[in-house]
Design a protein around this ligand. Structure first.
Ligand code: ATP
Ligand code: MG
Length: 665
């Protein structure tokens, strides 16, 4: 991409993005927390001294290898990397069997909480039996090492068992969100040429059974010649259509299978899974990850970023397994580390808006990992709801998925963390496989809203259009400057698209697609997607800072900002806001809200960022993983036909917004 714009006002400004907001609040770790923390500050120097050998040490310490590796990183075919390539291991053995062999079989691996209140706890020994049975059943259904398995399930223990059973036999899994349409499922099955589809009759959502099997049937009618069998877990007992010979009940073939199974020894670079990105910006990409490097960084980050103490912590990551966070921080990271964790099938407000906090209280959850969208929703509902529950077991809070607005960070720490817990804002992507940029609790003095520093072993920078690192205080593009163990190994079946998407913008650097800035201390702040950057009178403004300024007003719970074509300024800022319940804004007229919030943004950031228009809405369009889809809002703001919305969590949201906009203010 070359910049062909003539030299105007904009070229005299610092390249990249403008730095608008500053933040002075600091939260150093307490001495007690620091004293007991897994991570110490000396990790940074150790890793910087020799990065590949640092990772090799982690790989040896955190994983059990059936054949030890002698090679670490091979970057000679960049941008295609291999890590630990001559080593062999099995992911399911590492996540399950070795804990049983080492005397931890009685430890609970999963506390499952169904939406309807049914619950089940599985120990590591239970998990070993279940995974072995499933592995035997999959083999009997003709699935061999290297064959792909599509998973389209609710968040029930069988979903975790299925992923591990695939890993056990070396069949890469491709998990597709249970909320995606038949069409989305079909295209992912076809792209990965899956041989087996594992699903359920349905799952529970918002208090009612929600069917899954019909979408599988519909997907397979579209023509998916690779699929031989559909394996169905009975969860809701809904009636299901049945194709004899193709469809098989889980309880018929898995429950009766032998619970003895030897994990297949696999190369470190054997593909572990394919996962299609969330589709926030456009057509999802089939990202694939391999075994040894991925597991190393999954285990390392889970242990250090969350300060996991496997013997005593109860960990809960609220992500669905259909998202990368569910892969790395529900399945592989915690289980490889021998953690006890909670998994919850349902929605946060079923049957009431305190459901999550009730679960924290019930299981004495000590580490909670969730997304800014969930935090902002709880802000919208009001802090009296979490106040009704005992949250004193919590000791570390994490955030992932989007930039967290400083006010949402403050709310999370104060209301959920009792003004006591470290909060870690973790930046990473499907492509990176594991956390890349994050404070370390016990080490880093946290700043609300900033992911701050690359983890020990990770190299990141912020560069301008010419790939030069920006100085402290400057803004630009986030890049990763050195390969890392859990990096994607490619886009399934499309090596050219891999090179084009990530490695062509800045030769030799991984282009993440996110805007970022460095503050005066050199800490990194994520500023939203490069695709969403606005150009207002020659100023390049990020969405995140204007949204954060809006959320810092007491009336606002959530905000989304887009740039809409404007005759005078090129683009103009248009904001969509959701008001906080009971905070005062809801009683005001649309005009009063407009004036108040426009002036607030001007005061916080400056007149350049003042929205041309502010629209109050009830909901924002989000992906299933909770990310705001700004490109759809841009369509609305520019009065266009709304684009591809197939990865939206709730497709009626766009209609609601359109209706709201057609009403006079
Ligand atoms: P697609 O690539 O298909 O558009 P996606 O980027 O939403 O979808 P994911 O891999 O799930 O798919 O999301 C990664 C992106 O999420 C990052 O590139 C970044 O934009 C955002 N993100 C994740 N964590 C953070 C964070 N802590 N701070 C800021 N942004 C974050
Ligand atoms: Mg992405």
């Amino acid at each position: 991409m070359t910049d062909t714009t003539p030299a105007t006002e904009s070229s005299e400004k610092p390249a990249g993005l403008e730095n608008l907001l500053s933040e002075d609040r600091r939260f150093p770790p307490s001495p007690e927390f620091a004293a007991q923390a897994n991570a110490h500050g000396d990790l940074y120097a150790w890793a910087a001294a020799d990065r590949p050998s640092f990772w090799a040490d982690q790989a040896r310490e955190l994983l059990t290898w059936s054949t030890p590796f002698t090679q670490t990183l091979d970057w000679s075919k960049a941008p295609f990397a291999t890590w630990f390539a001559d080593g062999k291991l099995n992911a399911a053995y590492n996540a399950v069997d070795r804990h049983v062999e080492e005397g931890r079989g009685d430890r609970v691996a999963l506390h499952f909480e169904g939406e309807g209140g049914d619950s089940r706890s599985l120990t590591y020994a239970d998990l070993q039996r279940e995974v072995s049975k499933a592995a035997n059943a999959f083999t009997a259904l003709g699935v061999g090492t290297g064959d792909r398995v599509a998973i389209y399930m609710p968040l029930v223990p069988e979903a975790v068992v299925t992923m591990l059973a695939c890993a056990r036999i070396g069949a890469p899994h491709s998990v597709v969100f249970g909320g995606f349409s038949a069409e989305a499922l079909a295209s992912r099955i076809v792209d990965a040429e899956a041989k087996l589809v594992v699903t359920a009759d349905g799952g529970y959502r918002r208090g009612a059974p929600s069917a899954l099997k019909p979408a599988v049937d519909e997907a397979l009618e579209k023509g998916t010649p690779s699929v031989e069998h559909v394996l169905v877990v009975r969860r809701t007992e809904q009636d299901v259509a049945w194709t004899e010979g193709r469809d098989v009940w889980w309880h018929d073939v898995v429950d009766s299978a032998s619970d003895q199974h030897t994990p297949v020894e696999l190369d470190a670079e054997h593909p572990l899974f394919i996962l299609y990105t969330s589709g926030t910006t456009g057509k999802p990409k089939g990202i694939f990850h391999t075994t040894g490097g991925y597991l190393t960084q999954a285990a390392y980050t889970h242990r250090n970023v969350f300060d996991l103490k496997a013997e005593s912590d109860v960990y809960w990551c609220t992500a669905d397994i259909g998202w990368i966070t569910g892969h790395t921080y529900v399945v592989y990271g915690p289980l490889v580390n021998g953690a006890t964790q909670v998994i919850y099938e349902g929605t946060p407000d079923t049957p009431h808006r305190g459901r999550w906090w009730e679960i924290v209280q019930k299981y004495q959850v000590s580490i909670l990992y969730t997304a800014p969208t969930a935090i902002r929703t709880c802000m919208k509902w009001g802090e009296e709801i979490p106040a009704q529950f005992d949250l004193s077991s919590l000791r570390v809070l994490g955030s992932v998925g989007e930039p967290i607005n400083p006010e949402a960070w403050m709310w999370y720490r104060r209301v959920i963390g009792g003004d006591r817990t470290p909060v870690v804002d973790t930046w990473w992507q499907t492509e990176t496989g594991a956390i890349m940029i994050s404070p370390l609790p016990g080490v880093t003095a946290a700043k609300p809203g900033s992911a701050q520093v690359p983890l020990p072993g990770i190299a990141a920078d912020v560069v301008d259009d010419e790939a030069h690192p920006v100085p402290d205080g400057g803004g630009g593009y986030l890049v990763l400057t050195e390969p890392w163990p859990s990096m994607l190994r490619g886009i399934w079946g499309d090596p050219e698209r891999y090179k084009d998407t990530y490695w062509s913008r800045f030769p030799g650097l991984y282009f993440a697609g996110d805007g970022a800035k460095k503050d005066d201390d050199g800490d990194i702040w994520l500023l939203g997607r490069v695709d969403d950057v606005m150009n207002v009178s020659g100023h390049r403004l990020s969405t995140t800072e204007i949204e954060s300024a809006l959320v810092s007003h007491p009336w606002v719970a959530e905000a989304a900002v887009v740039g809409a074509t404007d005759e005078t300024t090129g683009q103009a800022v248009v904001a969509f806001v959701i008001l906080r319940g009971g905070a005062g804004g809801a009683d005001k007229s649309g005009d009063e809200v407009q004036t108040e919030l426009r002036n607030h943004v001007a005061k916080e950031i400056g007149p350049i960022a003042k929205p041309r228009q502010i629209l109050v809405v009830q909901e924002l369009p989000k992906t299933r993983s909770g990310k705001i889809m700004r490109r759809l809002l841009r369509d609305v703001a520019e009065h266009r036909q709304v684009g591809d919305a197939t990865t939206l969590a709730d497709s009626s949201v766009m209609d609601l917004i359109a209706q709201g906009l057609s009403k006079p203010a």
